[in-house]
Design a protein around this ligand. Structure first.
Ligand SMILES: [Zn+2]
Ligand SMILES: [Zn+2]
Length: 388
């Protein structure tokens, strides 16, 4: 290991308790997307304390931040932090670890800033990954325009350098019928809940006719007011996912037809609302992954093979379509722990999570230092991005 990497390792071992506390504080104060006021402030404070220049409310997104260290003219490397929680189950996606690992990588680099090659390091706080598309807003606002390479990690139950991501679009269906007494005058009513249930039945039949790597799943967000009133209004939200963006839009069209058929059958009127923040699949970058693997190996981690059937989606996919990006998975939970589960929420503050957090912070800091100092490597990364 080089002298700089040795010092990064030592600095992060020293910062271990502080980073674990930061991670736990975020975990124990779960905040939903775009409401991550505390997490954003704690991270900004931590990075400012390490010598970063911190901008808050970047491009008008209140809970986004950008922390910068500049050592001269050179490439710009971005390390991303997520810190939003899930409704009802808190930090069951482990974004507290993502946040602390990203801030930790920044701290590791700050500790060796006098010896870093010339360039710029951004630690970017990207809110609302769980459906709100924070990175899409930051992309549109130009936050990634000057960035040469972006990286972040995500918690998982094994170490996997690359995992594909599915494209995802979210669609809302609102059905309007006509209220009537459900016992005295049911024939006067038009049942909007029936339209929602029929939509689910249509989608269930559609599901057999789609490829196994596509996913369609929904919840009822409004199912009526009382059992003795024929529901005059009912609504559902569906997520539609596919490995390619064109396939995703084709599948989305078929799901909309499922709702239209249900509206027709029940006599309801339908309003379709598409969220303007489709997440794109993850673009893979081999030279970046090779670099990550090398540092991870040197840190004593043995990786697991890619998993082809446990696929999610993230707005980091959108970043990866614009800038060479990696999102390696970091072991923070025992093997076989399902993500978005209560068990994963508990694991996200376990000793395993601390270990994953520190190792990931070290590997991201080392990867960043290499990219700043090796122009040929950066050229290979960019070439791979153009080719893919
Ligand atoms: Zn999640
Ligand atoms: Zn997540």
């Amino acid at each position: 290991m080089s002298a700089v990497n040795d010092d990064i390792t030592r600095a992060l071992d020293r910062a271990g308790d502080e980073l674990e506390q930061l991670s736990r504080k975020i975990h124990d104060n779960p905040e939903l997307g775009y409401q991550e006021v505390k997490a954003c402030a704690w991270l900004a404070e931590f990075l400012a304390g390490k010598g970063f220049k911190v901008e808050r409310s970047v491009v008008g997104v209140d809970t986004a931040f950008r922390a910068t260290i500049e050592t001269g003219d050179g490439p710009t490397i971005a390390i991303m932090c997520e810190y939003d929680a899930l409704p009802a189950i808190g930090h069951a996606c482990g974004h507290n670890v993502i946040a602390a690992a990203g801030a930790g990588a920044g701290a590791g680099l700050a500790a060796v800033r006098d010896r870093l090659p010339k360039g710029r390091i951004h630690v970017i706080g990207t809110p609302a990954e769980e459906g709100g598309g924070g990175k899409i807003k930051l992309l549109r606002g130009g936050v990634f325009r000057e960035v040469d390479v972006a990286m972040m990690v995500h918690g998982w139950d094994t170490w996997i350098p690359h995992q594909d991501l599915l494209g995802i679009v979210r669609v809302g269906f609102e059905f309007t019928g006509k209220a009537a007494h459900a016992a005295a005058d049911p024939w006067e009513g038009v049942n909007a809940l029936d339209a929602v249930i029929q939509t689910f039945n249509n989608v269930s039949m559609l599901r057999q006719q789609v490829r196994p790597d596509c996913r369609i799943h929904g919840i009822i967000t409004n199912g009526g007011a009382a059992p003795n009133i024929i529901p005059e209004f009912a609504a559902a939200t569906f997520y539609v996912r596919a490995p390619r963006i064109d396939e995703m839009w084709k599948l989305h069209a078929r799901v909309v037809v499922c709702a239209e058929g249900a509206a027709r059958a029940t006599g309801c009127t339908l309003t379709v609302s598409d969220k303007d923040n489709a997440y794109e699949p993850m673009k893979r970058n081999e030279p970046l992954l090779a670099l990550w693997r090398r540092h991870l190996g040197a840190l004593g981690v043995s990786e697991s093979p890619e998993v082809k059937d446990r696929l999610g989606s993230s707005d980091v996919g959108n970043v990866s379509q614009v800038v060479p990006t990696i999102q390696p998975l970091v072991k923070i939970a025992p093997d076989g722990t399902a993500i978005h589960s209560r068990a994963f929420e508990a694991a996200a503050v376990s000793p395993l999570a601390r270990q994953g957090l520190l190792t990931a912070a070290k590997a991201m800091a080392m990867t960043t230092a290499d990219l700043l100092g090796d122009a040929a490597l950066l050229a290979r990364v960019k070439q791979d991005f153009q080719r893919a």
